[in-house]
Design a protein around this ligand. Structure first.
Ligand code: XIL
Length: 311
């Protein structure tokens, strides 16, 4: 195919991007998004600080805009996310611990019900692990221990039984302490009949550092009967770029796409954002940038051709 989505679809996959409401007003981004991608993840609009800024008062207008754009352009939506330690309003993190479970369940039920039938999947739990494989001691863990994970997944399933329910995290793309811990958790959740449907591998990479065992790692999760997805792919380069670093980035994008396609339960790849000009990378990792397949002028980079030819 001549576009990412056409090539992905011909193999039964999708190719997605993250979009914010701000991106929807940038014509350079929307023209690429409409042509190349068939799955959208809202960049911020379905996170707790936007959807429930104070207890029991919900704001779905920003997320609804993303859904409307997706529907108008024939794209599906990955719901992102329901439970996360970050972009969590302080009214939640400062609750008395004996109120956290009911607040979490109400949040999940209300948001997943609002978007029922409109999202392909939910990142129910985002980034639950520390890099050493221990669970983060966030307010959910403090209140419920590791039981919050099963509770969140069961609550989301009751609200929207049609959505694939994911745990999504970063630094789990290769085999390491963090991915080993997630693997054990997934095994134990499935053994208890918890409705976990997939694992999201964020894939925020540094150029030249794609784990060589990524395919094997995706495969071991798939072997548990789970879908796997590359959910937030970018590949940051220390600025300024060189033709060498851009070539390495192309090799990296091709490798990641191949790693997904080699695993039959890998459903698709999503890039985190459309272009280098609007990527979150320069603001979060000073000195780094150029992390996407499209440059600051919305021209496709070598990484684009490499991803396309790997599909
Ligand atoms: C990022 C957004 O892109 C930024 O706009 C925001 O300021 C911070 O969050 N892992 C995730 C995403 O799961 O939600 C994050 O998105 C990037 C890291």
């Amino acid at each position: 195919g001549s576009t990412l989505k056409a090539a992905a679809e011909s193999g039964g996959h999708y190719f997605g991007t993250a979009l914010t409401d701000g991106d929807l007003g940038v014509s350079g981004e929307t023209s690429i998004a409409g042509a190349q991608f068939d799955m959208v993840t809202p960049g911020n609009e379905m996170k707790w600080d936007t959807t429930e800024p104070s207890n029991g008062s919900y704001n779905f207008a920003p997320g609804d805009q993303i859904v409307q754009y997706a529907q108008a352009n024939g794209m599906r939506v990955r719901g992102h996310n329901l439970v996360w330690h970050s972009q969590l309003p302080s009214w939640v993190s400062s609750l008395p611990l004996n109120q956290v479970q009911s607040v979490m369940e109400s949040h999940i039920t209300t948001e997943a019900t609002h978007y029922k039938g409109k999202v392909y999947s939910w990142d129910v739990i985002n980034e639950p692990f520390n890099d050493d494989g221990s669970l983060r001691q966030d307010v959910f863990y403090q209140a419920m221990g590791s039981g919050y994970l099963a509770d969140a997944l069961r609550t989301a399933h009751a609200a929207d039984p049609g959505a694939k329910l994911y745990i999504n995290d970063y630094n789990i793309e290769g085999e390491n302490a963090k991915s080993n811990a997630l693997y054990s958790l997934a095994q134990s959740l499935l053994a208890q009949g918890v409705p976990l449907g997939g694992i999201g591998f964020e894939s925020h990479f540094i150029v030249g550092q794609i784990p060589s065992d990524m395919q094997a790692n995706l495969q071991r999760f798939a072997n548990l009967g789970l879908d796997v997805a590359v959910t937030e792919l970018d590949d940051r380069i220390q600025l300024p770029t060189t033709s060498g670093s851009l070539q390495q980035q192309a090799t990296d994008f091709g490798a990641v796409v191949q790693d997904c396609l080699a695993v039959s339960r890998c459903v698709g790849v999503s890039q985190w954002g459309v272009d280098d000009a609007h990527s979150w990378i320069p603001g979060t990792f000073p000195g780094y940038g150029a992390a996407t397949m499209y440059d600051g002028n919305d021209q496709p980079k070598p990484a684009y051709s490499a991803a396309l030819s790997a599909l």
